[in-house]
Design a protein around this ligand. Structure first.
Ligand code: FAD
Ligand code: SF4
Ligand code: SF4
Length: 423
């Protein structure tokens, strides 16, 4: 039986079912004359159909969109001596580390490892540019995709962009440059580009290094508006917004034409992580730990969050997972050249101590998908992420609780967004 939905309805279902993270890939795939990933009425980056969209194109989008498909590391990159942890995925080396340059360590979100690696890749001539994100000028809470050609460019984009960001919005044009490059993106962005590699052979040819921050979820616009309201700043007055960095985690800094307001990281997010307002897609994320990347870098506070005392003095230390031969070689070369400093090696169990929220989600996510499927919802297709195996380790009543919780949230409209439309 043919699908009664139109191509536009099928595309919008991804967003309406809370699974779009606004990565921009569908615009690149369909062309900006057909889909524009732009700020919509709800303040998020979502696809808007502006031209003739075919079922065939939507089929391709469902095959590459990180809301509908997430694969782990391509099998060909998992060597026989690569270790596999059921929670933390493929790994060859895990270390605590920071940027060799003290200024990069200070300015970076954690210990400046991703910035230092991006700089090293350019100064060593391994790549021609780095595709990543920096603060948007027109929407200060958002990130925008940037191509960095020098170590200064990479430095200028240091820090975490927690707001909506579409790094893949024009990735076909980036590939048209036919130059080797590195990609730094959230795990779901990495997964999206890995998906696109199955359709466009230039991805594997040109993307030489894949780097990612471990990611617990981005901050939706509703969360940002609530935060600005709490600190009594009119969103229209904001001229610049830095989420963290300049210390670890450093303050969240909001600037207007005539004020600079620093807010403690814990006060920006709230001290109780279970109360954080996160997009639905992030609550059902099967890969916040960046399994598709050569290197994933995270914070390393015990328990996933700094104490107030720690955050006054912490100079910043990343936990760094090298998953591939390429990632391990890069890590070790960067250490040998002084771009990174390694404190000591750690284990996947240490990662679970630093990132307990990631571990819990990895065990819970397959049960959440059971809830989604039972409601006739789209559940992302996953491969090589071991989520069913992990769920099988969980007591049945806990699995049922996760599944029922999802059903309740779907029923209460918490997993639903309005059809994308312009403001
Ligand atoms: C949405 C989000 C959620 C996160 N959740 C967690 C978490 O749960 N646990 C945890 O340990 N760490 C989390 N972090 C990561 C953490 O904040 C640090 O980014 C990470 O430890 C790397 O630190 P660093 O000092 O090496 O980064 P930096 O040296 O500051 O470099 C960060 C690099 O990432 C790029 N970048 C930042 N944001 C984006 C974006 N949105 N899209 C594409 N590129 C981007 C920048 O351009 C820069 O190149 C999150 C980050 C983000 C953006
Ligand atoms: S997640 Fe990315 S590819 Fe999927 S619908 Fe949203 S913008 Fe498009
Ligand atoms: S939690 Fe997952 S879906 Fe959400 S922003 Fe992070 S990687 Fe993307």
């Amino acid at each position: 039986m043919s699908d009664p939905a139109t191509p536009t309805e099928r595309l919008y279902a991804i967003a309406e079912q809370g699974l779009c993270i606004g990565c921009g890939l569908c615009q690149a795939v369909a062309g900006s004359e057909t889909i524009g990933v732009t700020k919509t009425r709800i303040g998020e980056l979502r696809p808007i159909v502006v031209g003739d969209l075919s079922h065939e194109t939507v089929d391709t989008i469902y095959d590459v969109c990180p809301g509908t498909r997430v694969d782990g590391l391509p099998e060909r990159l998992i060597e026989t001596d690569t270790k596999l942890d059921n929670v933390w995925g493929p790994w060859r080396r895990i270390v605590r580390a920071w940027a060799g340059d003290p200024e990069v360590r200070h300015v970076g979100a954690t210990g400046g490892v991703l910035t230092a690696l991006g700089q090293y890749l350019l100064t060593s001539g391994r790549v021609s540019f780095v595709l990543h994100a920096k603060a948007s000028i027109s929407e200060p809470a958002f990130g925008e995709r940037v191509l960095s050609f020098t170590d200064t460019d990479v430095f200028d984009a240091a820090g975490s962009r927690y707001g909506p960001t579409a790094p893949l919005i024009d990735v076909k044009d980036v590939l048209d440059r036919a130059e080797p490059f590195a990609f730094i993106g959230k795990p779901c962005d990495i997964d999206a580009l890995r998906n696109w590699a199955r359709h466009d052979g230039r991805v594997d040819e040109l993307v030489k290094y894949w780097l990612t921050p471990v990611c617990g979820g981005y901050m939706p616009t509703a969360g940002m508006l609530g935060f600005l309201d709490r600190i009594d700043i009119d969103p229209d007055d904001v001229t610049s917004l830095r989420y963290r960095g300049y210390g670890c985690p450093g303050p969240t800094r909001v600037e207007t034409a005539d004020s600079v307001t620093d807010v403690h990281y814990l006060d920006m997010w709230g001290e109780d992580a279970s109360q954080w307002l996160l997009p639905w897609r992030c609550k059902v994320c099967p890969d916040g730990i960046g399994e598709g990347a050569d290197i994933a870098a995270s914070d390393s506070w015990i328990g996933g969050s700094p104490t107030r005392e720690e955050s006054e003095t912490d100079p910043g230390t990343n936990a760094v997972i090298a998953r591939t031969v390429v990632g391990q070689e890069l890590l070790e070369a960067a250490v040998a050249e002084g771009a990174l400093v390694v404190e000591h090696d750690v284990t996947p169990d240490d990662m679970s101590i630093y990132q307990p929220h990631q571990m819990r989600k990895k065990y819970a996510v397959a049960s959440r998908y059971e809830g989604l499927k039972s409601m006739g919802r789209i559940a992302p297709v996953t491969n090589r992420l071991r989520i069913e195996e992990l769920a099988a380790e969980v007591p049945l009543e806990v699995r049922r609780r996760e599944s029922d919780g999802t059903i309740q949230r779907v029923g209460a409209g918490k997993a639903t967004e309005p059809q994308p439309s312009l403001p």
